[in-house]
Design a binder for this molecule. Structure first.
Ligand code: AMP
Length: 334
């Protein structure tokens, strides 16, 4: 699909430090899509984060981290919009309007709620154990996030398609109930599937497995991570068996085809061993992520500047949100 003339919108919950898998699977594709779109709204979903935040986490700090990560990763906040969800209170007013006519049954079917219920059943707990109303209503808030800005496309992975469909259903229901076309119907934009990046132990790279290569880090951190990549002591490797190793799967997700071919040749012909191969991987990580990391560490040093960027961006778009909300309120008679 051509997104050149489209307005796209993405929200991410702030959740701490990303790893290389997050960058390749989510952050980089998001920055690339924004570069193609006519307008891109990227918001830090702090109200969504409240649903799952533990008391010892600082929401303010997490917001700063995510903003700094997006800026360091190349999100162009001067051309597009990078804002805190909570800086646009119109979103929450719109959600309240939507609450009044969104059927409860739609929420019962939402994936996020169903997943929590299934987990509770599995553990022989009450189905609604630890389910708060924020999680239950989250598709309605997401609809308000999307619909407030007349979004054309919402880039999502397969698991989020349903939520965009709910936003579309809410928009359709509103327009038909009030015989109006004040709410624009959004579409989802299915993101290209990015191959899963394995972690240091071969399972999916994930913070919960403690097997990550951090994205924003020092050479020493990367060196320590790369050292831990599991390798074998097999003597005779073929091209095929090298390509099946954890090392190669990590290496090839970061490197160019040329580099991949070269390292396979070297390992098969034993002109290098795993130690040199890991040094090579470290060099590639440094090449790809060092500059970004330095930018990140510079930005994160100045939370006041981050706040200013987020606030300035929010002020640019709040009049649009206000204007649209006024139209919706007029239609419902408020
Ligand atoms: P998470 O914080 O684990 O929910 O990850 C956020 C997003 O990062 C996911 O929706 C994926 O798009 C991407 N991601 C996470 N882990 C990986 C991985 N190991 N390989 C590729 N993409 C990943």
């Amino acid at each position: 699909m051509d997104i050149k003339n489209k307005t796209i919108l993405t929200g991410i919950k702030p959740s701490g430090q990303p790893h290389v898998g997050n960058y390749l699977g989510a952050i980089q594709p998001m920055v690339n899509l924004s570069d193609q779109a006519s307008k891109s709204y990227f918001f830090i979903a702090d109200y969504h984060a409240l649903n799952t935040l533990s008391p010892n986490q600082s929401l303010g700090d997490l917001v700063h981290l995510l903003a700094a990560q997006m800026i360091a990763s190349g999100f162009d906040y001067k051309k597009h919009y990078l804002y805190r969800q909570s800086d646009i209170p119109e979103i929450f007013e719109l959600q309240t309007i939507f609450n009044s006519f969104t059927p409860k049954g739609w929420m019962n079917k939402s994936h996020a709620y169903k997943a929590a219920v299934d987990l509770n059943r599995l553990n022989n707990k009450d189905v609604d154990n630890e389910v708060n109303m924020g999680l239950y209503n989250y598709p309605i808030l997401m609809a308000a996030d999307i619909l407030i800005f007349n979004t054309d496309l919402v880039p999502v992975g397969k698991d989020q398609v349903q939520h965009v469909e709910i936003a579309r259903d809410i928009a359709t229901r509103f327009n038909s109930r009030y015989k109006s076309d004040v709410i624009k119907l959004p579409n989802y934009y299915l993101k290209e599937e990015v191959k899963e990046v394995p972690g240091l132990d071969g399972r999916k790279m994930s913070k919960s497995y403690n097997n990550v290569i951090p994205l924003f880090a020092t050479t020493e951190d990367w060196h320590n991570a790369v050292k831990k990549i599991v390798t074998d002591s097999k003597d005779n490797h073929t091209e095929e068996s090298i390509k099946d190793t954890v090392f190669y799967k990590i290496y090839s997700s970061i490197s160019s085809n040329e580099q991949n071919k070269k390292i396979v040749d070297q390992l098969v012909n034993k002109t290098i061993g795993w130690r040199e191969a890991k040094d090579e991987l470290l060099n590639i990580i440094i090449d790809r992520f060092q500059k970004m990391s330095e930018d990140y560490f510079n930005i994160i040093k100045d939370p006041a500047l981050i706040d200013k960027i987020l606030k300035d961006n929010a002020l640019l778009i709040q009049p649009q949100a206000q204007d649209h909300l006024d139209k919706v309120k007029k239609v419902v008679g408020i």
